[in-house]
Design a protein around this ligand. Structure first.
Ligand code: HMG
Ligand code: MG
Length: 298
């Protein structure tokens, strides 16, 4: 059967907002995170400490982290590509740092300006520092289901990066479909390969919904006993270095499906819908969430 309980990480404040052209005021970012905290998430991806030249929208991450209202027990995660990012994360009192690599060489170069092997060397210092400071360590792997530059990505390539991130001591590893190209059988093949290297209960599914396959892919991952999923309120987002990639699967849609399946999340869907309407109103567009908009219209 399917898992009875899953952990949903809302990545909207980071993945969702990083691609926005207009600078979003700090207070709006803070309100989004606070609303997600109130909705009951136990893990929120709040910010990233990357080069502001590469991702200008995330330049205010230190202020955001300083001003969010922290609920005890909730993990506020941040992305860090290198030691400079780690130092900032430490200063910001992040509960978890996320090192992010790729299963495709071409994407690694475009996103973090180095090869996969070089990225692992860079992450080694970050991982050691995280352990030293007792900060949770998560690893993320982009383009596990396909790459905008390279096309097909064999599941073995993902398994290989999973093994290297495991050896660095990651507590959790994210399997990302950066450009939303996967269909369910591909998802199963990739998680099967990844699951040979790392416990499936600590692998996460990070699906973008570019081709409208994300919910089907999540269901396939549930059938593989995956218990952690990433999503964005209002379906915000996209990676600036993945041409044409649209947002993450919407949190509202995922919660609606989980509720229907009787899978516990601990999250208040109505509050997430409100958070999605709040951020969409700020951005001046309709939420990219079928369930969210249907519930909001009632
Ligand atoms: P680089 O140019 O090779 O790095 O970039 P560098 O070390 O030569 O530094 C260049 C400049 O950036 C220097 O400044 C550094 O100080 C500064 P300058 O001397 O020119 O004034 N710098 C930094 N500033 C702030 N914080 C830092 C930092 N590091 C360097 N941490 C680098 C390499 C990795 C830094 C760059 O490529 C980068 O920041 N990339 C981030 C790209 C990114 O954020 N992408 C989106 C997130 S990943 C994603 O969305 C995928 C995911 O959702 C999963 C999926 O869906 O696939 C996770
Ligand atoms: Mg992403």
């Amino acid at each position: 059967g399917l898992p009875r309980k899953v952990k949903i990480i809302d990545v909207g404040p980071r993945d969702g907002l990083q691609n926005e052209k207009e600078t979003i005021p700090v207070e709006v970012k803070v309100e989004l995170v606070d609303r997600l905290t109130d909705a009951g998430f136990v893990n929120i991806e709040a910010a990233s400490f990357v080069s502001p030249k590469w991702v200008p929208q995330m330049a205010t991450s230190a202020e955001v982290m300083a001003r969010i209202r922290r609920k005890p027990g909730v993990i506020y995660s941040v992305l860090v590509p290198n030691m400079k990012g780690f130092e900032a994360a430490l200063e910001a009192k992040a509960d978890e740092v996320v090192i992010f690599g790729a299963a495709s060489e071409a994407f690694s170069q475009r996103n973090i300006n180095c090869s996969i092997a070089e990225s692992i060397e860079r992450f080694r210092d970050v991982a050691a520092a995280a352990k030293q400071h007792n900060i949770r360590l998560r690893g993320s792997i982009s383009c596990t289901m396909g790459c905008p530059y390279q096309g097909e990505v064999p599941p073995e390539n993902t398994a290989d990066v999973v093994r290297r991130l495991r050896d660095l001591g990651c507590d959790e590893i994210d399997i990302a479909d950066t450009i939303g190209v996967a269909t369910p059988n591909k998802v199963k093949a990739v998680f099967e390969a990844a699951g040979r290297e790392f416990p499936i209960a600590r692998l996460a599914g990070h699906f973008h919904d570019t081709y409208g396959q994300a919910l089907a892919n999540i269901y396939a991952a549930l059938e593989m006993n995956v218990e952690i999923f990433h999503s964005s309120t209002a379906g915000l987002g996209g990676c600036p270095y993945a041409k044409g990639a649209t947002g993450n699967v919407s949190t509202e849609d995922v919660l609606y499906m989980m509720k229907g399946l009787g899978i516990e999340t601990g999250i208040d869907l109505d509050k997430v819908v409100d958070a999605g309407q709040f951020i969409s109103a700020h951005l001046g567009r309709k939420a990219v969430s079928r369930a969210g908009n249907a519930i909001a219209a009632k």
